[in-house]
Design a protein around this ligand. Structure first.
Ligand SMILES: [Zn+2]
Length: 82
């Protein structure tokens, strides 16, 4: 029964798991991640309403050691996201 369910799900999504690249924690090589938020401040000068704002960003941290991979951080290379 379990196998039949797996096959149906693969057909719906139409993605071969073999084509997917695994993402590992860069610190401990764990493969599971928790959804967390980090916050950015938007300065009053750039804000549409003229007030300083807090912008929540969804990122994922390692479920095991708590590390956040660099590739998960939206503006890690210095680019502004907004
Ligand atoms: Zn880790």
């Amino acid at each position: 029964m379990g196998k039949e369910i797996d096959i149906n799900q693969q057909q719906q999504v139409n993605i071969n798991p073999k084509d997917l690249q695994d993402v590992f924690c860069t610190e401990c090589e764990n493969q599971t991640f928790n959804q967390v938020f980090l916050f950015k401040k938007l300065s009053a000068v750039l804000s549409p309403n003229g007030k300083e704002s807090m912008i929540p960003l969804q990122v994922f941290k390692c479920d095991k050691c708590g590390n956040i991979n660099d590739e998960f951080i939206p503006n890690n290379d210095g680019k502004k996201i907004i």
